[in-house]
Design a protein around this ligand. Structure first.
Ligand code: 48F
Length: 258
């Protein structure tokens, strides 16, 4: 059989467009394919919800690849161990209650399980704005990240979602867009982003789960974005909180989607 170059190109364009059209209306649209966003998607798709994740970078995994200071190991605590076991990541007990995993194995296993559970991940796409109707978030406004990096004056496209999750990490970009465009309307003490506090793993990991909740009608925060919005500490290369946070947001959304 001779290989037809144009047919290869047609296959890519046609199949991409099918997926893109299919995921333009979803139950949940997640912004950011770091550990928190992917785990949120995984638990939602496991329950047959229609979920899409938009990631602006070429690769998924966010801040997990490099472990701590490029030593590519991550630590999780006992409470998060069952999540990594469920998705099939090998863990070694380092000291009582501290488990260590290879960061490459964790990201690759998590992304594979997320996609195989039914979540569609689009990489290279930047979420640059939101849609709001009757004081509720109803969708996302997208552009190629390359368009933004090249500073090209090109209009975006929009997709509709029943709920949106901001799992953009330290920058909490979706919550920030809400404040920038609508004022201090977040469900925080001041209505503004309270900002991340200095590193303290114990407190950061505890608070992240309770901070993983709705922050504006229809918008939930997961992962480091939750602590950035609600003014809690960062925690460095311990990742249990990210996983527990994503799982918590998925549970809250499953209730809302009933
Ligand atoms: O930063 P990231 O890994 O967030 P996370 O899931 O996990 C945080 C940890 O990695 C680490 C930590 C652990 O102690 O503190 O930082 O909360 O993943 C966030 C992803 O969102 C993407 C970004 O490229 C990254 O992969 N992202 C950020 N803004 C946008 C975005 C945007 N506007 N549109 C699309 N993707």
């Amino acid at each position: 059989m001779k290989l037809d170059d144009t047919l290869i190109s047609k296959a890519i364009v046609e199949e991409f467009m099918k997926d893109f059209l299919k995921f333009m209306e979803v139950d949940v649209a997640i912004v950011g394919a770091g550990p928190a966003g992917m785990i949120t998607g995984y638990y939602l798709a496991k329950k047959k919800r229609k979920v899409v994740i938009f990631e602006r970078k070429l690769s998924v995994g966010g801040g997990m690849w490099g472990g701590g200071m490029m030593f590519n190991k991550i630590v999780v605590q006992k409470t998060a161990k069952p999540i990594l076991e469920e998705i099939g990541v090998s863990l070694k007990e380092y000291k009582k209650g501290y488990y260590i995993a290879d960061s490459i194995e964790t990201v690759s296993t998590l992304s594979s399980r997320t996609v195989k559970s039914g979540v569609k991940i689009f990489n290279l796409i930047l979420v640059e704005d939101v849609m709001i109707r009757k004081e509720k978030i109803t969708g996302l406004v997208l552009n190629w990240n390359a368009v933004s990096l090249a500073n090209l004056h090109i209009d975006p496209l929009a997709i509709r979602a029943k709920f949106v999750v901001d799992s953009t990490g330290h920058s909490a970009e979706v919550a920030r867009i809400i404040v920038r465009k609508l004022g201090k309307k977040l469900f925080t003490e001041t209505g503004d982003l309270l900002g991340e506090k200095p590193m303290w793993a114990e407190i950061g990991e505890r608070l992240i789960v309770e901070n993983s909740k709705e922050v504006y009608p229809g918008l939930y925060v997961a992962g480091m974005a939750a602590n950035a919005v609600f003014g809690a500490p960062r925690m460095g290369p311990i990742f249990g909180g990210m996983l527990l946070s994503g799982k918590r947001v998925a549970e809250l959304l499953l209730e809302r989607l009933k």
